[in-house]
Ligand binder design. Structure first.
Ligand SMILES: Nc1nc2c(ncn2[C@@H]2O[C@H](COP(=O)(O)OP(=O)(O)OP(=O)(O)O)[C@@H](O)[C@H]2O)c(=O)[nH]1
Length: 184
């Protein structure tokens, strides 16, 4: 029986990925504010955000269970695209990705009494131009909220994928295939 871990993240997507792989977990917030980071390099950003989340978690909780933290950003045209502030911001962020090459970077840090693991992976897409009416319909809903780049590679973006290099799980926020070997 796999040991229960702590998902140190409020992300529903990450929780769904763990559930889909039958990994027992409880979810705890880390309370780290990424807004304090002013890093332009996306890899540096997700690394320091994940490190901050892990440090914040360990300052609040004992290591009674293994803990997993992660951070994800989208980049397009050299710009880091994070979570949209409102629907206008979501429209701007998604239009930057339409018909473009987009990379989604996820950093994960896992710490247990036995081992520590850090993984930083990227998944690269080339999207066809987004259909304007479909984009507006997507923006009228709530699915884009709380998601890096307002995008859903398994949802709205899926039909526009012309090329992909990397794991879908990385693009969704948790490179699960890289984590599983470390789980007891
Ligand atoms: N469903 C889905 N979620 C995505 C996709 N891309 C990014 N996300 C989610 O977007 C969020 C990125 O924001 P983060 O700051 O890394 O994490 P968070 O959701 O704020 O949660 P914390 O770990 O508590 O900070 C995560 O929840 C990712 O799982 C995607 O293509 N599909």
């Amino acid at each position: 029986m796999m040991q229960q871990i702590v998902l140190g993240s409020s992300s529903q997507t990450r929780a769904e990925i763990l559930r889909a792989h039958s990994i027992p977990f409880i979810q705890r917030e880390c309370g780290f504010d990424e807004e304090q980071l002013s890093l332009q390099n996306p890899a540096h950003f997700v690394y320091h955000a994940t490190k901050g989340k892990m440090q914040s978690y360990l300052a609040s909780y004992a290591l009674d269970r293994a803990v997993l933290c992660a951070d994800t950003v989208v980049t397009a045209h050299g710009e880091i695209l994070r979570k949209a502030k409102d629907v206008e911001d979501a429209r701007r962020i998604l239009e930057r990705q339409s018909g473009s090459r987009v990379s989604i970077l996820t950093c994960m840090m896992y710490k247990s009494a036995k081992c520590e693991m850090m993984d930083l992976s990227a998944t690269h897409y080339r999207f066809k131009p987004f259909d304007k009416a479909s984009l507006e319909a997507y923006l009228q809903g709530d699915e884009w909220k709380g998601k890096a780049g307002a995008c859903m590679v398994e949802g709205f973006c899926k039909s526009y994928i012309e090329e992909v290099v990397g794991l879908e799980s990385t693009a969704m926020g948790l490179s699960i295939e890289k984590l599983i070997p470390f789980l007891s």
